[in-house]
Design a binder for this molecule. Sequence first.
Ligand code: PRP
Ligand code: ADE
Length: 180
Amino acid sequence: MLYDDFYIKSLITTIEDWPKEGISFRDITPIFSDPKGMRMVVDAYVHRYIASDITHIACIDARGFLIAAVLAYELQKPLILIRKKGKLPGKTISQRYALEYGEAELEIQEGAVAEGDNILLFDDLIATGGTLFAAISLLTSQGASIKEVAAIIDLPDLQGSQKIRDAEIPVFSLCAFDGE
Ligand SMILES: O=P(O)(O)OC[C@H]1O[C@H](OP(=O)(O)OP(=O)(O)O)[C@H](O)[C@@H]1O
Ligand SMILES: Nc1ncnc2[nH]cnc12
């Protein structure tokens, strides 16, 4: 078995009513303090993408950075940082969006990606998909193609992953919290 989704899921804790009432927050912090879990997560993505034709990995501020940086090192691919507004120096392109518990704005630096780039887009979790769609829009507006979206957790009830698939972008996640 390459990875044990039950084991990965067992590391994720749920905090009710955080950061707002009604939200069941899925906390991935314990994965980082469990070396076996961390290796399982990274190895699952390395195995999936080692022979793929992706040219770049793009990842989303902030939790998305944590695994994607290790993955870029392992796969020897350039890493593109998609950051919350006001964090990237120089000329940027930005996109506002709504997520499960608020609104925000994402940015990339001008010239970060180009026509012909084949991107693996990574974030830790897919809820409504608002964050990922903003990232997709930033990358594709510069001519890049999204080869696949990868995440640790999918929350299918919130339909983000289905909307991304409906846009004909493949989605890969290691585990799901479905009606739980
Ligand atoms: O599918 P959505 O409804 O858009 O929600 C998913 C996003 O929400 C969280 O990010 P958050 O903005 O809380 O940032 P963080 O990673 O900095 O904690 C998570 O890391 C995803 O990026
Ligand atoms: N329920 C949730 N848990 C953790 N991160 C999230 N981002 C959006 N919704 C989330």
